[in-house]
Write a protein that binds this ligand. Structure first.
Ligand code: HEC
Length: 127
């Protein structure tokens, strides 16, 4: 998508995007959350390694939170072909992305959370 470069530039200019945020290192929380979904530390660190070495050849990385789990599954299947990675690299990459998605980023200040869905709380008419 043509928007990626532009978004990256805008984000870099604002100085709010670092590699640590785009590809968060595997911390304790990530290990625990990964384990809950059947991904061990080796899988996660291999997945991150694939992400950092094979997915930045044609474009910059986008915030992992930007895509849903289903979107990542589709994107990774498509991009695995682009990056010419094997099935093991592909599944480890997906494991890393899905796990990183479930972990809150370390610095909440520099991460713009998706606006919570407007759940209109029914207002009781004040009397
Ligand atoms: C050979 C070049 C190439 C490599 C390597 C590559 N990509 Fe891409 N990527 C593209 C192109 C071209 C597009 C935009 C067109 C498209 O969506 O198919 C794209 C788009 C994307 C998008 C945006 C998709 C969307 O729906 O907006 C994401 C996310 C992405 N790539 C992730 C990855 C990941 C993860 C990897 C590593 C497995 C990767 N890319 C490796 C070329 C590449």
């Amino acid at each position: 998508m043509a928007g990626i470069g532009l978004l990256w530039m805008a984000a870099s200019l604002l100085g709010c995007v670092s590699l640590e945020q785009l590809a968060p290192p595997i911390g304790d929380r990530m290990v625990v959350i990964g384990r809950d979904h059947g991904f061990d530390l080796n899988t996660l660190s291999h997945g991150r390694q694939v992400y950092l070495s094979r997915c930045i050849q044609c474009h910059n990385l986008e915030p992992i939170q930007r895509y849903s789990q289903a979107q990542w599954q589709a994107i990774v299947m498509e991009m695995a072909v682009e990056a010419k990675i094997d099935t093991r690299q592909t599944s480890d990459l997906l494991a890393y992305l899905l796990t990183a998605r479930r972990v809150e980023p370390p610095d909440p200040k520099s991460h713009r959370k998706a606006a919570p869905k407007d759940k209109a709380v029914p207002q009781s008419p004040s009397s």
